[in-house]
Design a protein around this ligand. Structure first.
Ligand code: ZN
Length: 427
């Protein structure tokens, strides 16, 4: 178990409040509220690109993390910050240690917050306008662009169809392939945060959740000059603690309502891929007024082939498929990046408003460690590990380990799980 002790939380607001370590005092001796630095300060070093490692040690004491943590502690109710973390079992398996319903733990029952509450904001999980498809791609950018450039392959198809999408990128992949993210940005696509290590976040301490988001945010800013507004939790593993922390850091939590299931497969083949394409195309477009946010993955040739097949089907049937296909920020009418964070003006929900230039990008100061960049595929990083099957946990009640699948077949798995009296989670 790599978790650290949860941070001791003290909130502001009362005269007797204990000053947080990162709060300053004004001339009156009053605690000054922590502020969130946007754009983020660049870290002294980047976390490992090995996604099996939790973010620990000195990486957590970097001002990038600590300043943001102090801000989170100053604005998020202690009742949410004190929700106990899950127990990390392995990979995508966690044991949830608290009340799944009270904390709106999405993997258990697809719980989403549909309205703001005390300490959290509403989640995005579909598009509000009828007949709108919010299209998104997780886990990229492609780790090894020499052997498979999945992000670019998807982007080429989107370009062919004049569609923009949202790429929820993983920081440890961004730092290896910043050009791919910049290409996505320059093509007018939207970028969202999908953590640094892709661990299930309920198994992280508050400090680690902040670190997962802020390091990924810094890597995206380093690549594009923009700070995103949208965040997707790996495996959909989110409760009110994770939700409130992400919200406090300025992020709109984005789940999904349709899933192409390509990343859930134990085995992959052309036949399996075609069956997934057939399944999606026979259900996603059956109602022209339906709206949804889709989950696909630009991370392996197989996952990319499935969404490419779906898109090619749509391209061939445009006369009958009337959906507006948009990135998530556009479908919910919210800018995908923060106004004033970078060199480009914000306030648009349609993507960038001007192209960044390399000269204008906030690349590393001389005192900072250079990013690890994979060149020509000579030292490709280990590919991310995916949950490959639903692991039925033969345990009872709410403390059974939960195997999180990304993405997962929500409704069918839920029904199966409920029928067995199990707690089953998936992505
Ligand atoms: Zn993911």
């Amino acid at each position: 178990m790599l978790l650290l002790a949860p941070a001791v939380l003290t909130l502001l607001g009362a005269a007797t409040a204990t000053r947080l370590p990162h709060q300053a005092s004004n001339s009156h001796g009053l605690a000054k509220r922590a502020t969130l630095q946007i754009p983020p300060p660049m870290p002294a070093q980047w976390p490992s690109i090995d996604q099996t490692n939790f973010i620990t040690g000195n990486l957590l004491t970097d001002p990038l993390v600590q300043d943001a943590l102090a801000y989170v502690q100053s604005v998020v109710p202690a009742s949410l910050l004190n929700i106990p973390p899950s127990t990390f079992v392995s990979g995508a398996t966690v044991k949830y240690n608290s009340d799944v319903n009270a904390n709106c733990y999405w993997p258990y029952n697809l719980c989403v917050r549909t309205a703001a509450g005390n300490g959290y904001q509403a989640d995005v999980y579909t598009c509000p306008q009828p007949g709108t498809w919010g299209i998104s791609f997780d886990d990229g950018p492609t780790v090894d662009p020499v052997t498979h450039d999945d992000s670019a392959a998807i982007r080429a198809q989107l370009d062919k169809m004049n569609i923009k999408g949202t790429f929820f990128v993983v920081g440890s992949n961004v730092i290896q392939n910043p050009q791919i993210v910049l290409d996505e940005y320059n093509d007018g696509h939207q970028i969202g945060v999908h953590t640094w290590t892709h661990h299930p976040l309920t198994a992280c301490t508050n400090e680690q959740i902040v670190a997962e988001i802020k390091y990924a945010e810094a890597a995206i800013y380093n690549a594009t000059g923009q700070v995103p507004n949208f965040f997707r939790p790996p495996y959909g593993d989110i409760d009110d603690r994770v939700r409130a922390i992400a919200n406090a850091l300025g992020y709109t939590v984005t789940i999904w309502s349709q899933d192409d299931l390509a990343a859930d497969q134990d085995t992959t083949s052309a036949a399996i891929g075609q069956s997934l394409i057939n399944s999606a195309t026979s259900t996603w477009f059956s109602n022209s007024s339906a709206s949804f946010v889709s989950l696909s993955h630009d991370i392996t040739p197989f996952t990319s082939s499935v969404i490419l097949g779906i898109l090619q089907y749509v391209d061939a049937n445009r006369a009958s498929i009337k959906l507006d296909i948009e990135p998530v920020g556009t479908c919910v009418n919210k800018p995908w990046f923060r106004s004033g964070a970078g060199g480009s003006p914000g306030g648009t929900n349609t993507g960038r408003t001007s192209s960044p230039t390399t000269a204008g990008l906030p690349y590393f100061a001389s005192t900072q460690a250079a990013p690890v960049v994979t060149t020509t595929g000579s030292s490709p990083a280990a590919p991310p590990t995916y949950p490959t099957a639903l692991a039925l946990a033969p345990k009872s009640a709410s403390h059974a380990p939960t195997r999180l699948l990304e993405p997962g077949h929500a409704s069918s798995i839920l029904l199966l799980g409920l029928s067995l009296g199990l707690v089953i989670c998936w992505l």
